[in-house]
Design a binder for this molecule. Structure first.
Ligand SMILES: [Zn+2]
Length: 253
């Protein structure tokens, strides 16, 4: 169709195709053992992923991983709890979560990243938004990759309404201190230290005090632990603490 210049004229056809693809993936993956809360699919199993490999990681229908489903559970139980309008900023959007949030009628959804793969082109160190524009910000596995994680959080604070909330996820190590890549390190050094050339730091137990340098109040919660073992497995979660960031109480009041 694109060859004949017709794809733009027939957006409905594309929708029908993607709907048919989704339905087919649902039928093929159907089972009673697992449930993906993000796309609402009943599944035989989640698929293996990662290095080291995790056996029950990827949803075969929406491609979400454990941390996306955990974040969505938090959002559905603690953020999108009523029909109140909610302006959302999703930094470096994960497709499965983006798709789910866009479906919520009360959500005015904005997303973007440095490459504008989905949404607008934006640098998290200097966001192109006015002060206090958003009720909710979701930023997952970004602050371990950016040049300055505290400056990025200062920006998230600036664009967050004083009664708003930012949900931040970073891989949290059991080490006491955050380990930073050193000046002069190249991709090989970062692969050796962090297993990925794009990662610039590994956050340790000091993540909360480090992130509070942004002026936000940070609460670290083990949200997955609020679900019993059977639900934990069925929903395909992982034990990664969530960082809930808000303005200081005296301002938020
Ligand atoms: Zn799914």
């Amino acid at each position: 169709l694109a060859k004949f210049g017709l794809s733009g004229a027939l957006p409905g056809l594309v929708d029908v195709r993607s709907f048919a693809g989704l339905s087919w993936r649902r039928i093929r993956a159907f089972g009673r053992n697992r449930y993906c809360a993000l796309c609402g699919s009943h599944l035989r199993t989640f698929l293996p992923h990662g290095n080291p490999i995790r056996l029950h990681s990827v949803c075969p229908v929406c491609q979400s991983r454990e941390r996306h489903r955990l974040a969505w559970l938090f959002m559905s139980e603690c953020v999108f709890v009523d029909d109140r309008p909610c302006k959302v900023l999703h930094v470096a959007p994960e497709p499965s979560v983006a798709q789910r949030m866009r479906k919520l009628e009360q959500v005015d959804y904005v997303c973007g990243d440095i490459r504008a793969t989905d949404g607008i082109r934006m640098d998290v160190h200097e966001l192109p938004f006015k002060d206090q524009s958003f009720d909710f910000v979701y930023c997952s596995h970004v602050l371990n990759m950016v040049r300055d994680d505290v400056q990025a959080l200062r920006e998230l604070k600036r664009v967050l309404r004083t009664d708003g909330m930012a949900l931040v996820q970073v891989p949290l190590s059991s080490g006491e201190k955050t380990i930073e890549s050193e000046s002069g390190w190249d991709d090989h050094d970062r692969i050796a230290a962090f297993g990925d050339p794009h990662i610039r730091r590994s956050h340790g137990k000091d993540a909360v005090t480090r992130f509070e340098q942004s002026g936000l109040r940070v609460e670290r919660i083990d949200f997955a632990a609020r679900h019993d073992a059977a639900s934990f497995n069925r929903l395909g979660l992982l034990s990664e603490d969530l960082l809930i960031c808000r303005w200081p109480e005296e301002v938020a009041r």
